[in-house]
Ligand binder design. Structure first.
Ligand code: SF4
Length: 91
């Protein structure tokens, strides 16, 4: 449904006929770590994330997995092992 609280006019999965069902009944503004991310939007009610209603929670345990401004480097190259194939190889 379309948001009728802080992100008015934007489609949101937390909205229903009785209002916003997210914790607190509204989206929370972005945090400092979100600066530069392409998922932020600035609207008259403030700066919000287009993907998450509570950006602070995405940074609570490390880097936000949806951040567009943070590049993660795989220093070991593409050496991911499929556990199913690995178990077959060991036979
Ligand atoms: S995707 Fe992550 S880093 Fe980007 S605005 Fe949302 S919470 Fe912040």
């Amino acid at each position: 449904m379309v948001c009728t609280t802080v992100r008015q006019g934007f489609e949101c999965t937390f909205m229903n006929k009785t209002g916003c069902q997210f914790n607190g009944g509204r989206c929370h503004p972005v945090v400092e770590q979100c600066d530069g991310c392409h998922r932020t939007i600035e609207i008259p009610t403030g700066k919000y994330c287009m993907s998450f209603p509570e950006p602070a929670a995405k940074w609570k345990h490390g880097v936000c997995n949806m951040a567009t401004h943070i590049k993660t480097s795989n220093t070991t190259g593409n050496n991911r092992v499929n556990p199913l194939k690995a178990s077959k190889r060991s036979r």
